[in-house]
Design a protein around this ligand. Structure first.
Ligand SMILES: Nc1ncnc2c1ncn2[C@@H]1O[C@H](COP(=O)(O)OP(=O)(O)OP(=O)(O)O)[C@@H](O)[C@H]1O
Ligand SMILES: [Mg+2]
Length: 612
């Protein structure tokens, strides 16, 4: 390659990376935007339009259709068609592509819809539209039940939709399902409310209630913990019913343990949370008996408990307590001491029922989202584990080399040297193990420190020599030893080892020259690994940084380069490859001018708050 061509190819690489980055940013911003809208908008059509609009953009599709499932008629009904006017389309479940997705709950991706016998071209014939590529995925609610189908047509920038498109669709359709669930709940509350309206006077009261519910709904949607959720519900209810205090009792999902949240209107910023036993206090009694309790003097009731209701700093008088249920009773709610020394009234009772229904759903949605988060974290842990296990290879090889050598020497000093090397590798193994465990706790650390290149590459040299042993390979190091640079030592060592290992594997028994070099270039630390092997096989070119892409070797898992890329990205760096039939060169650049957070919490993976 001439210098001109090299520059050209580097420019192309940069352009490609920029495009990829811009795309990732668009996805992240779309998810953020939809997430925000979910917390603030209750208008289903607005939300769905936003989601479908973003989807059409992100997937570079020509149009995007959402079908909702009409369970009673076993039909899919389309509510919105982007790109043209709104029309309604009905599709029988089990028929056509969308109908099949609704029936099986599995996504379908087609390069040309006309080659699939399930495709029904009537709609095309009717409208003159020509469907070609297609991606259809089920819309599942938090219980995993299919409630609709999203169908995306005709990729404008390529032949067909990709697996990545499918992943984006699945992420956004989860958001859509939550929106639909929330808004259905809201509508059902409005309906319930209408039934309660009998007089004009009450109507006014109900409008206020509805506003209250609306505000409550938003506050609960924003809550990041059950405490916040409880505080939102209890403060709203206490205020609306003019009560001095309010409490909520909830059974834990896994253990069934009971926790009570206590709100005192004099201290509106917080709720108290504490454990109670079954049957202890008025709420626990309402929960076990299923009865609503109304009292003028709560302290006289045999179920009044000093440790529970006695906690209120005011003298408890009247009380109104009802069990909370969705499919079964899962808690209770109570109001205490109506202002003015009065008992609670019929209207308070009605309002409590409404707020109770709202709380049931909010708790259910909150728990479902915690579960989803946990699931996501487990998936990531799985991925991280597979990477760590991949990188165990290097320390393991080195350890077994030293142990073998130890068995053949008697000199205690030499043995001690081997033992020290083994211990050093054990440290590397422990660090990798810690990486996974930290993540499981919701932390993600990268330790950026100033490192002397001379010492750093001394260690790498020993390891590389060890895994190249037995092959006719000359190893050259060209390191600017005066340099110090800032990076995460353990991680960058893993990256260099992975590149060197690939180079050694590529040269195989034929051997050749492995060259590792490092120097500063402007503000960047440049580390390169080059070999004189056969170059990157054509079949993996352009996608070798993806996980599980491997070619031309036995026992390759295809994780090495994916790990290298991740490490480089964590340092906000870049990596480029040059390959010819005479060899391959990988160059990593670590910018030194940028500030890298030493502890980066993974987005969306906040650890559970410990119980108070
Ligand atoms: N220096 C190189 N020369 C030629 N081909 C290479 C070189 N480095 C990587 N490749 C090609 O890229 C593919 C992906 O490399 P990667 O390290 O990700 O996975 P792997 O080496 O196949 O498996 P693993 O590293 O998980 O054991 C390799 O299978 C190989 O075909
Ligand atoms: Mg490899």
């Amino acid at each position: 390659m001439t210098v001109g061509q090299e520059a050209e190819s580097a420019r192309n690489e940069i352009a490609e990376l920029k495009t990829a980055l811009a795309r990732e940013e668009r996805i992240a911003s779309a998810l953020r935007e939809v997430g925000n809208a979910l917390g603030t908008t209750l208008d289903l059509d607005d939300l769905l339009e936003l989601i479908l609009g973003r989807l059409t953009d992100l997937l570079e599709a020509d149009r995007c259709t959402l079908y909702l499932l009409d369970q009673a008629k076993a039909e899919l009904v389309s509510r919105i068609v982007i790109g043209e006017q709104v029309r309604s389309i009905r599709v029988r479940v089990g028929h056509g592509i969308a109908g099949t997705v609704a029936k099986t709950g599995k996504a379908i991706r087609l390069r040309d819809a006309y080659t699939d016998s399930r495709f029904e071209p009537e709609w095309d014939l009717f409208t003159g539209y020509r469907t070609k590529s297609m991606l259809a995925a089920p819309l599942k609610n938090h219980m995993g039940r299919t409630i609709g189908v999203i169908q995306v047509l005709n990729k404008t920038t390529g032949e067909e939709f990709t697996a990545e498109d499918e992943a984006i669709l699945s992420a956004l359709s989860t958001q859509a399902a939550v929106a639909i669930d929330n808004s259905r709940l809201f509508l059902s509350l409005i309906q319930k409310n209408h039934q309660l309206l009998s007089t004009k006077e009450k109507l006014e009261r109900r409008v206020a209630d509805l506003q209250l519910l609306n505000e409550l709904e938003r506050a609960m949607a924003r809550a990041e913990s059950l405490e916040e959720l409880a505080r939102a519900a209890l403060s709203a209810l206490a205020k609306a019913c003019q009560a001095q205090g309010a409490t909520l009792l909830l059974g834990e999902e896994d253990t069934g343990d009971l926790f009570q949240y206590v709100y005192d209107s004099e201290r509106p910023e917080t709720v108290d949370r504490f454990g109670v036993k079954a049957g202890e206090g008025l709420l626990a009694h309402a929960m076990s008996s299923g009865d609503t309790i109304e009292l003028a003097e709560a302290t006289l009731d045999p179920h009044f408990h000093p440790r529970v209701e006695g906690r209120f700093p005011f003298a408890v008088q009247s009380a109104l307590v009802t069990p909370l249920s969705s499919e079964q009773i899962f808690g209770a709610m109570g109001l205490f001491s109506k202002r003015g020394g009065r008992p609670f009234e019929e209207e308070d009772r009605a309002l409590m029922t409404l707020v109770g229904a709202n709380v049931s759903t909010a708790v259910r949605l909150f728990r479902a989202s915690v579960q989803r988060e946990r699931g996501q974290r487990l998936t990531t842990i799985g991925r991280l584990l597979s990477q760590v296990i991949h990188d165990f290879k290097t320390p393991m090889t080195v350890i077994s080399g030293h142990v073998q050598m130890m068995t053949s020497v008697d000199d205690p000093a030499v043995r001690a040297e081997h033992a020290a090397s083994v211990l050093k590798q054990m440290e590397a193994l422990t660090a990798m193990q810690r990486e996974v465990l930290d993540f499981a706790r919701g932390e993600r650390r990268i330790f950026v420190r100033r490192v002397f290149l001379s010492r750093f590459f001394e260690d790498i040299k020993k390891q590389v020599e060890q895994f190249a042993e037995g092959q006719p390979i000359r190893i050259e190091f060209d390191i600017d030893t005066k340099v110090t640079a800032r990076f995460d030592e353990m991680r960058v060592a893993r990256a260099v080892q992975n590149l060197a290992r690939n180079a050694v594997e590529a040269m195989g028994q034929k051997g050749g020259v492995l060259r590792i070099y490092a120097r500063m270039e402007k503000d960047d630390l440049l580390i390169g690994v080059s070999d004189t092997g056969p170059g990157i096989p054509e079949e993996v070119q352009g996608r070798m940084f993806q996980s599980f892409v491997t070619a031309g070797k036995q026992g390759g898992t295809g994780l090495g380069l994916a790990i290298v890329k991740k490490i480089v990205q964590e340092h906000q760096g870049t990596i480029v490859v040059r390959s010819t039939p005479e060899g391959a060169t990988f160059e990593m650049r670590f910018p030194q001018g940028v500030k890298i957070e030493s502890a980066v919490p993974e987005r969306g993976l906040v650890a559970d708050k410990p119980p108070a």
